[in-house]
Design a protein around this ligand. Structure first.
Ligand code: ZN
Ligand code: ZN
Ligand code: ZN
Length: 122
């Protein structure tokens, strides 16, 4: 299947979502397609479009970032992502000769005050 087919399907799925008269099961299929295929955001994506992963994140999330719209599926995902991003930032600071942040990994989402993907405050 070529790229053109994929682009065509994405266009079709968005059209279905934008069409409120379309059959509910067709709209649901369109949503599921857009959750599995990278695409540009559109008004049809509502608040489901994640700007980090470029897909629509449909599931019930532990937390959704208001800025990048990434949906953290679980508290664990948020904690692990935060620790990985901060550890990486610390290593990069050291590699650039800057003072290390001396980041200590957290084990509780209550200790996380911003989205590790976009640094926007929660
Ligand atoms: Zn989208
Ligand atoms: Zn974010
Ligand atoms: Zn995401």
């Amino acid at each position: 299947m070529g790229l053109n087919d994929e682009a065509e399907k994405i266009r079709y799925a968005r059209g279905l979502l934008a069409d409120e008269e379309a059959a509910p099961d067709h709209r649901q299929a369109a949503r599921e397609f857009l959750s599995a295929h990278r695409h540009e955001p559109s008004r049809a994506c509502d608040n489901l479009h994640c700007y980090v992963h470029h897909v629509d994140e449909l599931f019930d999330a532990f937390r959704v970032c208001f800025e990048c719209k990434h949906a953290y599926r679980t508290e664990r995902e948020l904690i692990d992502t935060f620790n990985a991003v901060m550890t990486q930032a610390d290593a990069e600071a050291a590699a650039n000769g800057w003072a290390p942040l001396e980041f200590v990994p957290v084990d509780d989402a209550e200790q996380i005050f911003f989205c590790p993907f976009c640094t926007h405050d929660f």
